[in-house]
Design a protein around this ligand. Structure first.
Ligand code: NOJ
Ligand code: CA
Length: 705
């Protein structure tokens, strides 16, 4: 570990009104100017090898019932330093991560009020992070309410944007690719097939992580890092100035954030390169988060799992135990007096069947949804949603299931669907986690479907961001690994709290069974959603025709089978599900072998090919092993993937087992056309492989002894 912090520059003399300082990255490629203009308004700009990435952009805040923090500032001091460290994540794409940046702190004072605000900028070789800090003590400022954050990102061209609508309650949209100037005209279409919440949004609002491509060939990614106790960031495009402005998720009354001195905002991040692969290889988001806060991490382990789940998602089985409760009855009841509906997924013998399958094929865990009382109320979509997190339905024999799973060496994964009744969940959280510990559950999938209670509040507000964090930290106290669905998109928090082994927070594979997923979806997620951390995408769908499971549901999985396999490598996550039904995997045991073999944690990742929404190809070395895995995920257009194997060590031969699209493969017409072949390769090998429309390939590489 090489770590040092040194003051290397003092550029601006104190107490000048307008002025600026320059900071460059350690390799000199990224340059930032930050200062105050003649009105005393803070601003910054970013360049990459001389090219403008972000033009002059304002910084500041409007406050509720107070003088705004947006102008009349003078610079009263600055300090600069540099930092170089190698750290080891508990899990991830690499065993070692380098954090190397130059930093500047600009100290500002508002002349009329005497209030102090600091701006901290960190400039890495692959981009920039900056945040606001409110120094303490100071007398002119104490507590304040943010009406609007005024951070801007002035984009110097009409870039191509890859975006989803700036919704405050859902991230589960298909992506749209268009010029920035076309965003407003595409907004209505971008909502089609998305979740419907009464969430206010503007027709120029988009979510982060936002991916952009400039005509010059620059790739730029805008997001945030270390989001704690602050609302999640959306960006609203001012079309006239071609500038994105911060649009924070509001409280129900419209206020954005409640702050006090000593607080900092999350980092605003700009990742930039002329090579799309560098965006995927960037570790800025993690590097801007604090080191691990959990002392003993021995209980945090990658999890490969199956679940009593796809049966419910496809509508074959139900989460609820009974149909006796109709939409007028609300609240928990005596379930033993009610008639089972005969379609209950979490019924004991069905769960035992999944445990057997998991044990036979070497899976770590089985998720069981619909095990607990309360789903009937959920199904009614009424005002009150009350799940029990400690009372199993009468046909879920928890003692028998727990003991059987233990005897087979399989873990159980808990499910806590809150129905967004968050206050109720917080009230019973200790009981719920204690119940898990008592019944040998080591991980939990959380859920926040539906509108929030209390009504009018949004999923990504300051209060909810703090709620998810509270649950995560409380889970750590109980040595529980956490994976929340519908929670706020991650921002690298898993560096500090590595028990956050996954999150959904985007349109997951379940939408293949609902309103549909575009075939290019998984070729953009690594550039957007995954910038903040791993996703519980739930891949492994081998049966494309959902009506084969449920004749009343017409839906199609828009992906080839080989593409599904590639996702285990391209969408890195220590938590991976094999989402389809056991009986389907029995039909394709040769392809299923890849899901059984693939690693979940990595020593090294080498990005071989990348273009947003078109393709991602990556080679990864399994942690603590000599085995490598390669995944290539394509988009809507068929292509040829050309790779070389120079990532392998010299002089060593490997058996490559390749799972790829067959000649006729196409996500719509022949998704199950795949070929499995073996070849011998070494560091000098080259390969050209076909990728079908909605296709891909996966490869395992085992050294020849
Ligand atoms: C939505 C989640 O994404 C899905 O995985 C889960 O099964 C349902 N909510 C029910 O909790
Ligand atoms: Ca979901």
């Amino acid at each position: 570990m090489n770590k040092f912090l040194a003051v290397i520059c003092m550029i601006v003399s104190a107490s000048c009104y307008a002025g600026a300082i320059n900071i460059t990255s350690p390799d000199g490629h990224v340059a930032v100017e930050v200062g105050v203009d003649s009105a005393g308004t803070p601003f910054y700009n970013v360049r990459f090898v001389g090219e403008r990435v972000i033009d002059d952009s304002h910084l500041g805040f409007n406050l509720v019932d107070n003088v705004d923090l947006k102008d009349d500032f003078e610079i009263i001091g600055d300090s600069c330093g540099s930092f170089d460290e190698i750290w080891r994540p508990v899990w991830g794409e690499e065993a070692e991560i380098r954090s190397n940046y130059n930093e500047a702190l600009l100290r500002l004072r508002q002349r009329s009020t005497g209030r102090l605000v600091d701006l901290r900028f960190r400039v890495f070789n692959d981009g920039v992070g900056f945040r606001y800090e409110f120094p303490s003590p100071q007398t002119a400022l104490q507590c304040f309410v943010v009406a609007d954050e005024l951070t801007e990102f002035a984009i110097p061209c009409d870039a191509v944007a890859y975006w989803i609508p700036g919704d405050y309650d859902s991230q589960e949209f298909n992506y749209t690719r268009c010029r920035m100037s076309e965003i407003s005209s595409k907004m209505e279409e971008a909502h089609v097939g998305g979740p419907v919440y009464p969430s206010p949004f503007s027709d120029t609002g988009v979510q982060t992580a936002l991916m952009l491509k400039y005509d010059s060939g620059l790739y730029v990614n805008l997001h945030e890092a270390a989001l704690y106790d602050y609302p999640a960031l959306c960006l609203d495009l001012d079309e006239e100035s071609n500038t994105f402005r911060a649009a924070l998720t509001p409280f129900a009354n419209g206020d954005k954030a409640i702050m006090q001195i000593g607080d900092t905002t999350p980092w605003r991040t700009v990742i930039v390169s002329d090579d799309a692969r560098d965006i995927l290889a960037s570790r800025i988001t993690l590097n801007l988060n604090e080191p691990c806060r959990i002392e003993d991490t021995s209980w945090i382990k990658p999890v490969k799992y199956i679940g009593v789940w796809w049966e419910m998602i496809t509508g074959v089985k139900s989460w609820n135990y009974t149909d006796d409760i109709n939409s007028v009855e609300i609240g928990l009841t005596d379930y033993t007096a009610l008639k089972p509906n005969g379609r209950h997924g979490a019924e004991t013998s069905n769960v035992l069947r999944y445990i057997d399958f998991a044990a036979r094929h070497g899976f770590d865990a089985v998720l069981v949804e619909g095990w607990n009382e309360g789903w009937e109320d959920q199904a009614t979509s009424l005002k009150y949603k009350i799940f029990s997190f400690t009372r199993p339905y009468p046909d879920f024999d928890i003692d028998r299931i727990r003991d059987y799973a233990a005897s087979k060496g399989v873990s159980l994964m808990m499910h806590h669907e809150t129905g967004s009744a968050v206050l109720d969940y917080e009230r019973v959280l200790d009981e719920a986690f204690r119940f898990m510990v008592d019944n040998s559950y080591h991980s939990v999938k959380g859920g926040y479907i539906g509108q929030l209670l209390p009504r009018g509040e949004h999923h990504y507000s300051q209060q909810m961001v703090s709620h998810y964090q509270h649950v995560l930290e409380k889970a750590a106290d109980y040595h529980i690994m956490f994976n929340a669905h519908e929670a706020v998109r991650p921002t690298g928090v898993s560096r500090t709290w590595p028990n956050l082994i996954g999150n959904e927070s985007a349109r997951g594979s379940e939408y293949h069974a609902f309103s549909g997923i575009k075939p290019e979806h998984t070729a953009i997620l690594p550039f957007t959603r995954l910038i903040g951390g791993p996703m519980d995408y739930t891949p492994g769908l081998f049966e494309n025709d959902i009506s084969k499971y449920n004749p009343y549901r017409s839906a199609w999985v828009n992906s080839t089978l080989a593409n599904q396999l590639s996702l285990y490598v391209t969408m890195a996550s220590p938590l991976q599900m094999a989402a389809d039904l056991p009986e389907t995997y029995e039909r394709f045991l040769d392809a299923f072998q890849f899901i059984k073999d693939v690693a979940l944690d990595w020593d090294k990742s080498v990005y071989l090919e990348a273009e947003p929404m078109e393709y991602v190809t990556v080679a990864r070395k399994a942690k603590g092993s000599e085995n490598w895995f390669v995944g290539s995920t394509g988009g809507a257009e068929p292509r040829k993937s050309k790779i070389d194997f120079s990532f392998l060590p010299e002089g060593r031969k490997y058996i490559a087992k390749i799972y790829r699209d067959g000649k006729k493969a196409h996500y719509r017409t022949a998704p199950q056309d795949y070929i499995i072949e073996t070849k011998t390769v070494d560091a000098s090998s080259r390969m050209t492989l076909p990728v079908a429309s909605g296709g891909g390939y996966a490869m395992s590489l085992t050294p020849i002894q």
